[in-house]
Design a protein around this ligand. Structure first.
Ligand SMILES: NC(=O)C1=CN([C@@H]2O[C@H](COP(=O)(O)OP(=O)(O)OC[C@H]3O[C@@H](n4cnc5c(N)ncnc54)[C@H](OP(=O)(O)O)[C@@H]3O)[C@@H](O)[C@H]2O)C=CC1
Ligand SMILES: O=C(O)C1=N[C@H](C(=O)O)C[C@H](O)C1
Length: 245
């Protein structure tokens, strides 16, 4: 496939390597040198775009791809509030978009088991649940997109929590969660690629369910596989739909 890379930072560069290894061609890299001048027409010869840019850039990049009729895989996080709106635009305009807060196989298995665990824990009200995520200090968004997906899985299974709240530890005053709020605690430490933990705590014990990324390789390979999966499909998809659990 001919791929456009939207964003050529830590992820974009690794995606390029996996795409080449899997026999694809990088047709265009959109980075800080050319992004101001890129028009939809510049994208029209490609088969797919892969966006790992930054929260403030994702919506513009998606709109550009829709205008160019170019399917797009979006790994950029931090624009979750606009997801429903983008889904509607995508479907109304008969475009193709696949969003994933995390493309690694391990995390997608984690998402699935997290939902099962939430249902299993639901009757046991003596347990309080919280989510913790740790990422590198360069990360722009908080909580992580992965933590939001995990929190939504818990909120769907546990009756007594209705929404999540976020504390970015060390950055100002912290919110105290109310009984119906699910706390996501975010930590920014050194160069941590991404660690997510779900904790169920009671007076007598604690369950810790944890995923640790050792590098960005799983995310990058997953994004290329997602682009291959999206080929020939129309509509709005989430990465979880690629897996048959
Ligand atoms: N879904 C997943 O599996 C994963 C998602 N992510 C997410 O992907 C995103 C990128 O992560 P990462 O690569 O680590 O971040 P980086 O900061 O290393 O790279 C982002 C790049 O995007 C560039 N950029 C900024 N604006 C635009 C634009 N309008 N068009 C194109 N490029 C632009 C930046 O350029 P400049 O430096 O000039 O500003 C930078 O080079 C983040 O939102 C992160 O949370 C990360 C890992 C996995
Ligand atoms: O910014 C990152 O690095 C990561 N972002 C994604 C997220 O917000 O969940 C995925 C991964 O955890 C790494």
């Amino acid at each position: 496939m001919k791929i456009v890379l939207l964003g050529y930072g830590k992820m974009g560069q690794q995606i390029e390597q996996f795409a080449l290894k899997r026999g694809h061609e990088i047709q265009l890299i959109v980075d800080k040198d050319n992004r101001a001048s890129i028009m939809a027409a510049d994208l029209s010869e490609a088969d797919v775009a892969i966006d790992f840019s930054e929260p403030a850039a994702a919506i513009h990049n998606i709109s550009l791809c829709f205008e160019a009729n170019l399917p797009i895989v979006v790994g950029t996080t931090g624009w979750y509030d606009h997801l429903d709106e983008i889904k509607s635009v995508c479907e109304e305009a008969d475009q193709s978009l696949l969003y994933g807060s995390n493309f690694s196989i391990g995390v997608n298995v984690f998402f699935h088991v997290n939902r099962l665990l939430a249902k299993a824990m639901a009757p046991y009200k003596q347990y309080d649940v919280q989510v913790e995520e740790i990422h590198h200090i360069h990360k722009l968004d908080s909580p992580s997109g992965t933590a939001i997906t995990i929190a939504e899985g818990i909120l769907d299974g546990v009756e007594d929590k209705s929404k999540w709240i976020n504390n970015l530890v060390g950055e100002g005053e912290e919110l105290v969660p109310k009984a119906d709020e699910l706390l996501i605690e975010s930590h920014r430490i050194d160069e941590v690629p991404g660690t997510h933990t779900v904790l169920y705590s009671s007076e007598v014990d604690q369950i810790e369910f944890k995923h640790t990324a050792h590098s960005r390789a799983g995310f990058a390979l997953g994004a290329v596989v997602a682009a291959e999966w999206l080929r020939g499909k129309k509509g709005f998809y989430q990465v979880t739909e690629m897996f048959n659990f």
